[in-house]
Structure formats: C-alpha cells, structure tokens
Design a protein around this ligand. Structure first.
Ligand code: CDP
Length: 220
C-alpha cells in the first residue's frame, strides 16, 4: 500500500504512544504530535491562573484563547502563549487535574480544532485518546496500544524514577487507574479504539517490537 500520510496512535495512560510514535515519525520523516501535552498545557494554565477544574466556562475560554506551539521536530517542547511550559506538564498538579479538564466539551472542541490544523499538511503521527475516533477519523492507519495497568504503572514509575522523581509504584498505579477511569467513562470522546483500529497488546513487547509491528501493518 502507499504510505499512509496520517497515522493515529491511541491508548490509555503509559501504553507507549509517545515513545513509539516518536520513533515511528523519525523513521518515516514525519512530524509527531503528542496531543496529551496540549491537554496538559491547558491544565497547567488553569493552575497558574487559578481556574478550578469545575469551572467549565472558564476552562473553555482558556482553551480557546491559549496559543500552543509544539516543537517542530518531535512535539516534546510546548510553549503556551509564548512561554516554555514543558517541564511543568509532568507536575503532580497537572497529573491530578488533566483528565478532569480534558473531559469538558468546550476544552475538547478547542483542542480538536488545533489538532486538525496541525494534521492538515499530512505526513504526521498523532498520539492521544480520540485521534482515530474523533480528531482524524480518516487516518490511513490507526493503532490502539493496550497493556495491563500493572505493566503500564511499572513503565511510568521507572520513567519518573529515572528523572529523579520520588514516587512510589503504588501512587503511580493509583493515579493511572483513576485517569483510565475518567478517560474511559467521560461522555465526550471517551477512550476507545476506532472500529478500524489495529489493537496491539504491548504487555510483553519491547518498544522495538511494537515499532516493528506497526511498520508491518503499514506493509499490509
Ligand atoms: O502520557 P500519558 O499517557 O500519561 O497521558 P497523556 O497522553 O499525556 O494525556 C494526559 C491526559 O490528557 C489523558 O489522561 C486524557 O485525560 C487527556 N487526553 C485526552 O483526553 N485526549 C487526547 N487526545 C490526549 C490526552
């Protein structure tokens, strides 16, 4: 088949979307966008401005107005209204409220528009929760990564410990379960695979093996 120009990678917390998406985009020479960073940036702006996660209207205004710039090469750096917020996106205040902020319709409408604009030029790998179902339903290739909560918590815990964060595995598992529940049960664009998505269980797979499986799907 001709190379898909838009690839959607969805899945729950710490399923490997970012690491795999980034490597895949590098291999293909495509742009990579991790849409989770956009919701995290809105959640962080809400913390800075003192907007409560319950204030739906305030958050929708904030999401509509914020100018987000993701670094061109890998989507890793995020500027919100021109200010570097990358380091803040993994803070506990963001971790606690990002799923609450992301379940609001007004916030999602604003983010989805920005995401479609980013994808308009094609040659992009976009990772998130609703890319295959809502943001880019016409994506040529859709992958939905899954893994057990325990394995995902183990991976996220190792990532956090590697950057010097003092967190316990139990705390990571607890926060992951809570976010999984909010993301799956919300009314707006809940986390679920698109009907035409390829499900990949990554529990026993290395990053290289996941990447290889996706490349094989592209050959089909
Ligand atoms: O990296 P991790 O899997 O922990 O999460 P993330 O991809 O950074 O996303 C953070 C949160 O943003 C998720 O738990 C969702 O609540 C929300 N999100 C969303 O609703 N829709 C997306 N397309 C991406 C993220």
């Amino acid at each position: 088949m001709t190379r898909p120009v838009v690839i959607a990678i969805d899945g729950p917390v710490a399923a490997g979307k970012t690491v795999v998406g980034k490597k895949l985009s590098q291999k293909l020479g495509y742009k990579f966008v991790d849409t989770g960073t956009m919701y995290r940036a809105v959640a962080w702006m809400a913390v800075v401005r003192g907007v409560s996660p319950e204030d739906e209207e305030g958050l929708a205004c904030l999401a509509g107005e914020v100018s987000l710039e993701l670094s061109a090469e890998n989507g890793e750096r995020v500027l919100a209204n021109g200010e570097e917020v990358t380091a803040a996106l993994r803070r506990p205040e963001v971790e606690e409220r990002v799923s609450l902020v992301a379940r609001l319709r007004g916030v999602r409408v604003a983010m989805v528009q920005k995401q479609r604009d980013l994808a308009a030029a094609g040659r992009i790998v976009m990772a998130g929760r609703d890319i295959g179902t809502v943001v880019l339903p016409d994506a040529a290739l859709k992958v939905f990564l899954v893994a057990s909560q325990e394995e995902r918590a183990r991976r996220r815990h190792a990532e956090l410990v590697a950057v010097g964060k003092a967190v316990t595995y139990e705390d990571v598992l607890g926060s992951l379960k809570l976010r999984d529940r909010i993301d799956s049960e919300r009314a707006e664009s809940p986390l679920r695979p698109a009907a035409d998505a390829h499900l990949l269980d990554t529990d026993k797979l290395t990053v290289c093996q996941v990447l290889q499986s996706i490349l094989e799907l592209m050959e089909d």
